[in-house]
Design a binder for this molecule. Structure first.
Ligand SMILES: N[C@@H](CCC(=O)N[C@@H](CS)C(=O)NCC(=O)O)C(=O)O
Length: 205
């Protein structure tokens, strides 16, 4: 397997899952600030120009965070990343998609890339404020979901990797406070050897 990632980007969550699995893989860092994702060498692999992108051993390509996470969890059951049963599996996908599609794409993207939402610079402060509102509301949902639990599904699953990366952005990168249950989850995640190896590999520890 080959993982295309950018240090500190959302791909860090998939990087964590690969470290949890512990099978051989090749991490390939893309400099997305310099536009490596738009170069033909990469667009012929993923025309959407996004990380994470996973190339399987059979040469097939998996894109989109929830799909990659689900594929990894299903393909390596011994890593126990896949919750058993339809109800828990649906919950894991629900949490993963909420972190990626709402907190990341709707919230964090507004905070980090306001120009993608409003061409007029005068509107950027309002766009960022909306992003923060979306992000904080989402963290509140995760905080309630974690009440009385160590991980989102009780046991560790692929969904925790998605909450980890948005927590890392909010707290680790922006220095904002996390609500108590999410803060405890983030601390628990950072204590996992797989997370520590990933942070070190991405030059973030
Ligand atoms: N919907 C995608 C989002 C991936 C995404 O937005 N990745 C960002 C990094 S966090 C990226 O590759 N950005 C490069 C760009 O937009 O040019 C997923 O679930 O994987």
């Amino acid at each position: 397997m080959k993982l295309f990632y950018a240090p500190g980007a959302c791909s860090i969550g998939i990087h964590v899952l690969l470290e949890e699995i512990g099978k051989p893989y090749e991490p390939v860092a893309l400099n997305i600030r310099e536009g490596a994702q738009f170069k033909p060498e990469f667009t012929q692999i993923n025309p959407k120009s996004k990380v994470p992108t996973l190339v399987k051993d059979d040469g097939g390509v998996v894109t989109e965070y929830p799909a990659i996470a689900l594929w990894l969890a299903s393909s390596f059951p011994e890593a126990k990343l896949l919750p058993a049963g339809a109800d828990k599996l649906a919950k894991a996908l629900e949490y993963t998609d909420f972190a990626v599609a709402t907190l990341h794409m709707q919230g964090f993207s507004r905070i980090f890339r306001p120009a993608n939402f409003a061409p007029n610079e005068a509107d950027h402060a309002a766009v960022k404020a909306k992003g923060e509102e979306i992000f904080k509301k989402g963290l509140g949902v995760f905080d309630a979901a974690l009440e009385g639990k160590d991980y989102l599904l009780g046991e560790f699953s692929f969904a925790d990797s998605a909450l980890f990366y948005v927590s890392f952005w909010w707290n680790g990168r922006l220095g904002n406070e996390l609500p108590p249950n999410v803060a405890a989850h983030y601390a628990r995640m950072k204590a996992r050897p797989a997370v520590q190896r990933t942070l070190a590999a991405e030059g973030l520890s």
